[in-house]
Design a protein around this ligand. Structure first.
Ligand code: AMP
Ligand code: GLY
Length: 417
């Protein structure tokens, strides 16, 4: 199978890494990609938001499957354009991707499907904002309605900060605060059949101890030893299948990856958000544990034949990923700094630990930072403690001037608390 992956982050590197190990995959292409992906796939230049250009590239390459990684191209209808060119695409239509593209739409779908989520108001004026903030009280949760690369949400005890964020957005969703640990559960679906993956936990805040601003995600681990054994089954029955069924009923079937961001509250599981694509950095740890070759599963989702795919097989290993972010991420990240130590990790830590690239590019002979999240250092182990140790040993070999990373990824879970 000849596969084209669209995107340029560590999620796409993880996808390409898995696809490169799949014996069914005979050709692997990525556009635009990054310096790490270039080691496993042939890179091509394309504007990922330009559906016609992506479809033309896929046609030219003879791609038999196109996997669209990030949300912005999906919302822009890139998967539709690829399908119109007669090529199977893994990823929802632009309309169905509104599940991520509009928080208000997601709330409406959840209400119709009876999916448990935070109570919320959609506000467009300062008066509505004041009323909603007052109704829920602190801590305040204020979400930009549109796409904001994981940075549109402010959770704060400070009323003025909540108002300021709300008034800087055109349309906001203000909702009740959900207490409890977060879980990311992904499901692959063809619009009808839903196949859950293994749950993971993401670390959204920039600093240790969940301090600092929200980011795209600073690290992740899987499995979740503290989660109840029937969590996946419960979320399948109360969240994933009803949402897929509701979207199909509305005439906007969702195929691709449905990402449920969940809070495990004292009153039960609640959806914090949906995303319409693989999560980053959770994909890095989920795919590290998936034994079933990936390409056939993604193709079956794209072609509507997921019901025929045998049960997924999972490794008993645990996986941890630690994100190395550039100086000043998430505010105004500095780019262009050389990255050292990648060869040492490859020589000393592989295959149990390996570096997935996010914002990197080649500059002459050197690999330099080219974005906010730069690397996603991933490791497997027999348990979380070992995976953590291996991931941090690899992190320690890498030097990127001014960079920062969290030191507590999976720490509590590894310690059994
Ligand atoms: P989102 O972009 O919706 O995932 O929000 C980003 C992060 O903000 C989430 O991962 C949570 O940590 C936090 N968050 C969002 N909504 C809520 C909520 N209703 N209650 C508590 N925290 C929330
Ligand atoms: N890790 C959060 C996200 O992918 O949205």
């Amino acid at each position: 199978m000849n596969v084209l992956v669209i995107g340029s982050g560590a999620r796409e590197h993880a996808l390409c890494h898995s696809l490169s190990l799949d014996p069914e995959v005979t050709g692997l292409h990525c556009a635009p990609g990054n310096a790490g992906i270039a080691e496993v796939a042939e890179l091509h230049q394309v504007d990922p938001l330009d559906g016609k250009a992506v479809a033309a590239l896929a046609t030219e390459l003879g791609a038999e499957l196109v996997v669209v990684g990030p949300e912005a191209p999906l919302v822009a209808g890139v998967a539709d354009a690829v399908r119109e060119a007669g090529i199977p695409a893994f990823g929802p239509s632009g309309e169905a991707a509104q599940l991520e593209g509009s928080k208000a739409f997601a709330k409406e779908v959840m209400a119709a499907a009876g999916v448990p989520t935070a109570r919320s108001y959609v506000c467009t004026t300062p008066e509505e904002v004041d009323e909603a903030l007052d109704a829920f009280g602190a801590p305040y949760v204020v979400k930009d309605d549109g796409l904001a690369a994981g940075k549109g949400v402010v959770v704060t005890g400070d009323l003025e900060e909540a108002k300021a964020h709300a008034n800087a957005c055109d349309r906001v969703v203000i909702e009740e605060f959900l207490d409890g640990p977060e879980v990311s559960l992904f499901a692959i679906t063809d619009g009808e059949t839903v196949v859950p993956l293994q749950p993971a936990q993401d670390f959204k805040r920039a600093l240790d101890g969940d301090e600092g601003p929200n980011t795209g995600g600073m690290g992740a681990y899987s499995p979740l030893p503290w989660a109840k054994p029937d969590l996946v089954e419960e979320v399948m029955n109360t969240v994933l299948q009803p949402t897929v069924d509701e979207l199909r009923r509305r005439g906007t079937p969702f195929s691709g990856l449905l990402y449920a961001g969940l809070a495990i509250t004292s009153r039960g599981v609640r959806v914090i958000e949906f995303n319409a694509r693989f999560g980053d950095p959770e994909t890095q740890v989920v795919l590290a544990r998936l034994k079933t070759p990936l390409a056939g599963v993604l193709l079956a989702a794209a072609q509507g034949t997921l019901a025929d795919v045998p049960d997924l097989r999972w490794s008993d290993d645990a996986a941890v990923t630690v994100v190395i972010a550039s100086h000043n991420y998430p505010a105004t990240p500095r780019t262009g700094d050389p990255i050292e130590g990648l060869d040492e990790v490859a020589a000393q830590d592989a295959p149990s630990a390996y570096v997935l690239h996010a914002g990197t590019k080649r500059d002459g002979g050197a690999i330099v930072s080219a974005g906010g999240r730069v690397l996603s250092v991933t490791a497997r182990g027999t348990d979380l403690a070992q995976a953590r140790e291996r991931a941090y040993a690899a992190v320690d070999r890498i030097h990127l001037d001014g960079s920062h990373h969290r030191t507590d990824i999976a720490a509590k879970a590894a310690a059994g608390s």
